[in-house]
Ligand binder design. Structure first.
Ligand SMILES: [Ca+2]
Length: 499
């Protein structure tokens, strides 16, 4: 069956019943062929330009670059948030943040109270088990699934990966970073312990991934390999960091330790691809590669994008992304249609040829048409909502709106080449739409001309501003997204705070 026909079969099975479905289903190869294995490699805090295929001249990622050359690169791929937990909750549920309430990591009132003008919306820290996750949805289609690495959605024994549909959990707890000993052995994580002198954590997770693939090569499997790397603490294997010690910095990238961490991730990707080769699983395995938020300020650099992890400028949310499916996706292709983390849920459903769970609301779209060469998904816009505060950290000079926070409460829309950010402090307290020309509540950028978001067109293109603002306000209403609207009584104005 050729690629186009195969994908059509999947689409048909995932959608409504029709004559074509039964005809094609009869003509289909064995069941296994209709249920490709899914490997989802999620790197933590990897920046948009932290790989060779994205333009890094300092970091060396030959295996990830090779993967990119064998599949489709997405240039405008977005995380659902600018930090870890909300991005993961959106990935696993296929829903925007207002649906599950996980907006940030830990408390929403991060930073000093005297600097916050509003009382933020309370953050939900644990993903409620009432949500149907992608692992649960794939289980219905007979997939065996494993979560390996960072989980961050709640803790054992009630809210770990196995309580959310995964069959296997390696090293996952509520931690946002490897908290049981760092990357170097000895460490003690669930089903993943190493004595002193044992394996480096990224290598161990790769070993576990390979073992899982070998053990399940006869079944359809879903491997959610969510490396702790390259999150802090920045701890590389010494021999790998040493390789970069004398290498000249390039475009703000130059940390040998961070390069060494990426190198371990890259070697792991290479070993997993080699295993798929050996087991002859390439044609029956879809490999996704993605990161959960932007690169960290002071650790890496994502220029020309503005912003870092924690900000809703492009540098905080735009991600490196690859999808490889040998024999199905044309190798060496690039797609610039904007896609977002919550698209993976419906995409995987379609690949698995299974139905959307009953009563499940999915905010994303399957990207299978794009993998098949389509130039659009027909989607109106993408949205972000962050009713919280994230204090400054690292070197954010010139990247954030102010020196004290990476972001203050904000809602964002991207539509076509345009992006609008609505900052709630000014919106709520400084006259909202009526004063939009002067209150600094809204920023509008044309990403095609200004990928660095340096030229705010809020008063230049009023028609586009109003169009995006209307769409954003409608979306806020539709998703019941909470807007923080209570002034913080502890706030102390600082004349030097803002431009
Ligand atoms: Ca992260």
């Amino acid at each position: 069956m050729n690629r186009r026909r195969f994908l059509k079969t999947c689409a048909c099975l995932a959608g409504s019943s029709c004559l074509e479905q039964s005809v094609l289903a009869l003509a289909s190869p064995p069941l296994k062929k209709n249920k490709p294995n899914i490997i989802f490699i999620l790197i933590d805090d990897m920046g948009w330009k932290d790989a060779g295929f994205m333009g890094s001249k300092f970091f060396e990622t030959p295996n990830i670059d090779k993967l990119a050359s064998q599949g489709m690169i997405f240039t405008d791929a977005y995380a659902n948030a600018a930090n870890c937990a909300p991005t993961r909750a959106c990935l696993l549920t296929g829903q925007y943040t207002p649906r599950h309430g996980i907006y940030t990591v830990n408390n929403s009132d991060r930073g000093k109270s005297k600097h916050r003008r509003l009382i933020p919306t309370e953050n939900t820290k644990i993903l409620d088990t009432k949500h149907v996750t992608i692992a649960e949805a794939l289980k219905v289609a007979d997939y065996v699934s494993a979560s390996m690495g960072k989980w961050h959605m709640g803790d054992l024994p009630t809210h770990g990966p196995c309580e959310q549909g995964f069959d296997v959990n390696i090293a996952g707890r509520h931690w946002g970073s490897p908290s049981g000993g760092g990357y170097h052995a000895p460490y003690k994580y669930p089903n993943c312990q190493e004595p002193k002198g044992g394996r480096y954590l990224t290598d161990r997770l790769t070993d576990e991934a390979i073992k899982f693939i070998e053990q399940n090569k006869e079944k359809p499997f879903f491997l959610y390999l969510t490396h702790y790397a390259v999150h802090t603490p920045i701890q590389s294997k010494k021999e790998l960091a040493d390789r970069y010690k004398n290498k000249p910095k390039s475009n703000g990238q130059g940390s040998p330790e961070y390069a060494g961490m990426l190198d371990s991730v890259d070697q792991g990707v290479g070993r997993i691809m080699q295993k798929l080769d050996e087991l002859k699983l390439n044609e029956n395995t879809v490999v996704f590669f993605f990161s959960d938020n932007g690169g960290v300020a002071g650790v890496t650099d994502v220029q020309p994008l503005r912003g870092t992890k924690g900000m809703f400028y492009e540098g905080g949310i735009r991600e490196p992304m690859i999808v490889r499916w040998t024999g199905q996706i044309k190798a060496g292709t690039k797609c610039s249609v904007p896609v977002i983390g919550l698209d993976f849920f419906p995409t995987m459903l379609e690949l698995a040829g299974t139905q959307k769970p009953k009563d499940k609301l999915l905010d994303g779209l399957s990207i299978v048409p794009l993998l098949n060469g389509a130039k659009s998904l027909g989607r109106k816009a993408l949205f972000w909502h962050f009713p919280a505060y994230l204090q400054a950290g690292g070197n954010i000079k010139g990247e954030s709106r102010d020196s004290k926070f990476r972001t203050r409460p904000v809602s964002v829309i991207r539509k076509g080449d345009w992006k609008l950010l609505m900052f709630h402090e000014e919106w709520v307290l400084d006259g909202g739409r009526e004063k939009i020309a002067t209150n600094n509540a809204v920023e509008l950028y044309n990403l095609k001309d200004d990928i660095g978001e340096s030229n705010n067109l809020v008063n230049e293109n009023i028609a586009k501003r109003d169009e995006l603002l209307d769409d954003l306000l409608n979306w806020i209403k539709e998703t019941n997204a909470p807007i923080p609207n209570k002034p913080n009584p502890q706030y102390q104005p600082d004349k030097n705070e803002k431009a």
